[in-house]
Design a binder for this molecule. Structure first.
Ligand code: SAM
Length: 231
């Protein structure tokens, strides 16, 4: 099986970003020792790196299937809150001449709280490790750019596709990016993200299509593909 090349630090980020990848023992330890010890110690030293790499690869292959029909060669893609970027790596590998722009945060919260975060304080990424993961897995360094949401001016160019899995409007309000997306999208740009309030987005976009339903998770979210801002 093809898998991603991952070291322990990157595997730690992966389990922080995708808590469903940890097994029952680590889940119990998290409950027992609390979020601080879990976020800073258990998630790093109580994981099997190659197992996390395998599971993350399979998860991202599955996510790829949901967005495949929106992908074309030569696209300019923006990814908001990509985590370590496994999905984006698969897009790069499967399509030709893809250009990727990442907007992410560059810190790990001391005690990660998963859920709605009105202040958008929660983050679990390290931009050096994001870059390392992409380069280690042979993404050409001319094919991507990484922007720190809290520090950099965000890029001013048009994107063909904008993706934000389990990040925008799942953990923090869509409003945070709304005017930026209006600036960097065209009538043809497709914006894909997970939300628990898909109906609300009919007031914002001309087209809203549900492409995935997560009924088993706590959040019961839907993944929507939206196009064309109203007015
Ligand atoms: C639950 S993880 C999902 C990661 C990845 N999309 C995936 O599906 O595996 C949410 C990510 O959003 C990032 N994040 C939080 N606030 C953000 C913001 N304002 N802009 C961009 N990314 C943000 C976090 O650092 C974290 O990596």
């Amino acid at each position: 099986m093809e898998v991603f090349k991952v070291n322990r630090n990157i595997a730690q980020l992966i389990v922080l970003q995708r808590i469903e990848l940890i097994g029952p023992i680590l889940k119990k330890l998290r409950k027992l020792f609390g979020r601080y010890i879990y976020s800073n110690f258990l998630s790093k030293y109580f994981i099997n790196v190659s197992e996390i790499s395998n599971k993350y690869y399979l998860l991202m292959e599955n996510e790829y299937k949901y967005i495949d029909s929106f992908l074309k060669n030569g696209q300019n893609i923006l990814s908001v809150g990509a985590g370590v970027g496994g999905l984006e790596l698969l897009i790069y590998q499967k399509k030709k001449n893809i250009r990727l722009t990442f907007i992410e945060k560059n810190y790990i919260s001391k005690k990660i709280v998963y859920g709605w975060d009105d202040k958008n304080n929660e983050a679990y990424n390290d931009l050096n490790l994001l870059e390392k993961f992409l380069l280690k897995n042979n993404m050409g360094n001319e094919s991507f750019q990484i922007f720190d949401f809290d520090k950099n001016d965000l890029p001013n160019k048009k994107f063909d596709l904008i993706i934000s899995l389990y990040s925008l409007d799942f953990h923090y309000n869509f409003e945070l990016y709304k005017s930026y997306f209006q600036k960097v999208s065209t009538q043809e740009t497709v914006i894909i993200f997970d939300t628990i309030r898909p109906d609300y987005f009919h007031t914002i976009f001309e087209e809203v299509k549900i492409i995935k339903k997560d009924s088993n998770t706590l959040h019961k979210s839907k993944r929507i593909a939206c196009k064309c801002f109203k007015n």
